[in-house]
Design a protein around this ligand. Sequence first.
Ligand code: OKP
Ligand code: ZN
Length: 348
Amino acid sequence: MQIYANPRHAAHDGRQEMFRGKLVPCHEVPARLEHVLAELGRRPLGEIQAPPPVPRALLEAVHAPRYLRFLETAWDEWVALDAANAALDALPSVWPVRGFRADVEPDNFAARLGLYSFDAGTPLTAGTWAAAEAGAACAAAAATAVTGGARAALALTRPPGHHAGHDFFGGYCFVNNAAVAAQALRDGGARRVAVLDVDYHHGNGTQSLFYERADVLTVSIHGDPRTEYPFYLGHADEIGAGHGLGCNLNLPLPAGTDFAGWRQALDAALARIAAFAPDALVVALGVDTYEGDPISRFRLASADYLTVGAAIAGAGLPTVFTLEGGYAVAAMGVNVVNVLEGFEAAAR
Ligand code: OKP
Ligand code: ZN
């Protein structure tokens, strides 16, 4: 398969996230992607390329222009507040919840940081925009490869993307790479596209972006939001709205679910995707379903990911993989490459 690696990913290197009243080291670290690249060196699956730049029009088909402009300029504004800020990450601490106005963009930087975010766990750093934009370029390039006839393509996206919505970041995500890929596939001529999100956490951003669209089916298997992040979306009764009614499927599972239980949800997800009869599939590939993940609570073993990849190949669809979560850093490479190797073996 064609593989696009983000040459700028390491520029996004957050120091700390808020957890239980303290700032703790970030889980979403550059080493995650380095482990995937190292494993791809041991088990090559295709040529690894740098992507061409992502068209601005594609980014603006997914995200609000004023949000993208904010991301682009945020670091310079942060440092302009105080030169000493250059040694710190920008973390939001105030948000316009119910009853506040989101239509008026404040002048105050902290207020805008909150306007465009939903948690205090997603630091914005000097290289965040460069990394996020180049990650989206990987997603777009992978979609282009599939549009051009490739059976599958892999976008090694970091930072991840599936929590990012039309005009907000959070959950370590800034640009929704899976949505960029899905939109690029549509623009390339796919009449219907399915997004299958297998990350431990609900893909709230992707769901929201396509919630009222009938051309993109979004399916997510994830920890039940009653107890698991992102908490405020991802329930089974969210089925799409308007033209998109019936075009969203959430399969929340209790914390502690093992592979047997998770596999049943995957079969249900794949059955729904088959019924939708898409021309292409985007897999938002998180491997934080792993039993050793430090922030998640499913119990998949490394070998299970071979089975996951084979089952996804069974859909028989041109497939773009984007990379999402996975925080057991040393196991990340094996787990991701197992999915892809399982896919390739079954897709042959
Ligand atoms: C991003 B992705 C843990 C707090 C969890 C956010 C988790 C974001 C997951 N101490 N904070 O879906 O893998
Ligand atoms: Zn996750």
